[in-house]
Design a protein around this ligand. Structure first.
Ligand code: BGC
Length: 371
């Protein structure tokens, strides 16, 4: 009897110990917020990673950041890894808006809240929130810059867009088109490199998602796929094909900084281009240097600190069981996703110091020739 009692007690102790060890192991790999970013190959997303790290030091919740390296399969794998680590909130910037649906659906099955970060995840109901910049305003700011710096009339306009797999490419182009179209209609600009844009030149505004197919035709023709090399090759092809009346002083809608620099280099090396005005976005350091040197005309500054703060703020509200603050909604072609949106700032050589250095975003000695 006594012996039996002893062995039961021993067994209980062993079992308790096993439970404690298991709990410790689980805690070791436990993560509250999983963050998935598209690629380390573009400075934009490496910057987001750094801004997340800056914002996370000192928070009580654990986080882990994984990169998808341009692959939706890798992205899905990353999400599964994070699900297995017990995340309660997933912050994800999709590589491809449609393809990411299955990854976030897997998260939703585990009752994980999903926050789309910067790029919307489309055609699924498994997105809870969207944290973003005002992407239409980005395109509008780029276009407005071209309009404000147009030289007379009949100026050739070269159009470039982002990747069609990124919902933002549509928002950027829609925003730009609304500003450019009246100036195409009144003869300020003539479209140099897109028969699809010429075919739709009388459309004053595209509504999304309603007019997605029409926009797809233009974007399909002028896409850079967010790839600097593809942008360079396209620009070379366009300039080789361009007649003399499509050279001289030109305007170029380039969708972001990475593509802007390579497109600008191509235009700068063509002797028949007298001058060019070229847009960008992201305020990448290399582009800020280009702006200072007059090789890129402008960029749109999207303060990633705010985006990160909003995304983490949302995640913490969810974890704390508090209400999540949003300011609007975005149609993802399946549902309306509650969204928090941030404004953007046009930057050129005149305000680059004020907006990017005086604001402590970058250090003055990151650049040469800054006045
Ligand atoms: C982002 C841009 C970025 C681009 C390419 C877009 O979705 O909003 O900031 O330049 O993707 O990565």
């Amino acid at each position: 009897m006594k012996k039996g009692f002893k062995s039961i007690a021993l067994m209980l102790v062993v079992m308790m110990f096993a439970v404690i060890v298991a709990a410790c192991n689980k805690n070791e790999s436990k993560v509250s917020v999983g963050i998935v970013l598209p690629t380390k190959d573009e400075p934009r997303w490496v910057q987001d990673e750094q801004r997340f790290k800056d914002a996370l030091s000192g928070t009580k919740y654990t986080t882990e950041i994984l990169f998808s390296q341009g692959s939706s399969a890798k992205e899905k794998e990353n999400v599964e890894t994070l699900i297995n680590k017990g995340i309660k909130v997933l912050i994800i910037c999709p590589q491809d808006g449609d393809a990411a649906a299955s990854a976030v659906e897997a998260a939703k099955k585990e009752k994980i809240k999903v926050i789309a970060y910067d790029r919307l995840i489309t055609n699924t109901d498994a997105v809870d929130y969207y944290v973003t910049f005002d992407s239409e305003a980005v395109g509008a700011a780029q276009a407005q810059y071209l309009v404000d710096h147009a030289k007379g009339s009949g100026e050739p306009l070269y159009l470039y867009a982002g990747a069609a797999s990124d919902n933002n490419a549509f928002l950027f182009f829609k925003g730009a088109w609304k500003v450019l179209q009246p100036k195409i209609a009144d003869g300020t600009f003539k479209i140099a490199n897109s028969s699809e844009a010429i075919a739709l030149k009388d459309t004053a505004n595209f509504e999304l998602p309603r007019d997605r197919d029409q926009l797809s035709k233009i974007i399909g023709q002028i896409t850079t796929n967010w790839d600097a090399n593809e942008a360079k090759n396209k620009a070379q092809t366009h300039l080789t094909a361009a007649a003399a009346d499509m050279k001289g002083d030109v305007a170029i809608l380039a969708p972001n900084d990475g593509t802007a620099r390579s497109i600008a280099d191509v235009f700068a090396s063509d002797k028949a281009i007298t001058s060019y005005v070229v847009t960008g976005q992201d305020a990448e350091k290399a582009s800020i240097q280009y702006v200072i040197e007059g090789k890129q005309s402008m960029t749109v500054f999207k303060d990633v600190r705010t985006l990160v703060k909003d995304a983490m703020g949302m995640a913490v509200s969810i974890l704390d069981g508090k209400a999540v603050a949003t300011t609007g909604e975005y149609d993802n072609q399946k549902i309306k996703v509650k969204a928090k949106q941030t404004n953007v700032i046009t930057v050129d050589k005149d305000n680059v110091k004020k907006e990017l250095v005086d604001s402590d975003y970058y250090k003055a000695d990151d650049f040469k020739g800054l006045k």
